[in-house]
Ligand binder design. Sequence first.
Ligand SMILES: *Cc1c(COP(=O)(O)O)cnc(C)c1O
Length: 372
Amino acid sequence: MIPVARPVLGREEEDAVVEVLRSRYLSLGPRVPAFERGFAAKVGAAHASAVSSGTAALHLALRAVGVSEGDEVITSPFSFVASANSILYERARPVFVDIDPVTLNLDVEAAAAAITERTTALLPVHIFGYPADTPALERHGLPIVEDACEALGAVHADGVRVGGRGHPAAFGFYANKQLTTGEGGMLTMGSADMKVRVDSERNQGRAPDMGWLDHDRLGFNYRLTDIACALGLAQLDRLDGMLADRARVAARYREALAGVEGLELPCEDLGGDVRGWFVFVVQLPRGVDRDDTVRALLERGVQSKPYLPAIHLMSFYREAFGHREGEFPVCEDVAARSIALPFFPELTESQVAEVAEKLGDVLQVAHKAGAA
Ligand SMILES: *Cc1c(COP(=O)(O)O)cnc(C)c1O
């Protein structure tokens, strides 16, 4: 079976974790600031705060830019559900707008048109590692919170790395991400004051310079362990290599899948943007049943995943907000046809060829069945 994702973990990670265990210093130890500094340097951010998940980073970022009850936050419906959920944690309202059919990121014209006097922030998602057009969103002068959880290694056309623009940007370290700590996240930001607030709120609202148990605001337990940070430091050391391997696997897929009729591949880098490769998602030809395709691939030993479903059409969002089909046609069309193929740094050339061949076979069978 070829899995859909697989982390790269070696002796370095094992040694780093064992070293923390032997130090007996498992929480709030020296690896937390070390990982933060290393990560901030990697993306060109002034500051970074390590937290327990990408979702926690998004939540603290929204609080830090002042999003609160009744506010509207404009975001993409084509994302992992966490980006919209984090808005709801503060009782604000996610205002979805449709996506660009090429980059699959928030359509910046649609976002501009959706701004009202209740809009307090914009939440672009760098989906599948492709940099969202944040520079265009910056013109509105509203706070921006970036969901960069899929975009480690991505670079904007103006040369600024995703996470380095100064807006709070959330990264996630779940096992399928470009860098993993098992579970974990990081918020990068340009403001030192914001880091003070975020560091406090991830730790039950503890005042930075007051003793153990003084809490001067409401906070959470969103801390990341030293074990996770040690893992993160080891992963940072090999990050450039892992990103290069992902890019190489993507290039091989492009070649191997070029001849498959009707299949849409991820867009190429446009105008100087650089994608940070996270997943290899293809859109199946219209009329092909996506779930049947996933099943048929599985029978042939290839794991794949419908990725991503549209957030506004998930049962919770339908029921809570009355969303229905037809609201965001581009997103819905893409979401209905997209599957993530096996994609990870150590995927071999022959595995890529095998996936491509089997997908080609499955689609040919589906095509014949459709024609009959
Ligand atoms: C992975 C991911 C997150 C955060 O996930 P966590 O599991 O909370 O770390 C948020 N948004 C997107 C788009 C993601 O892919």
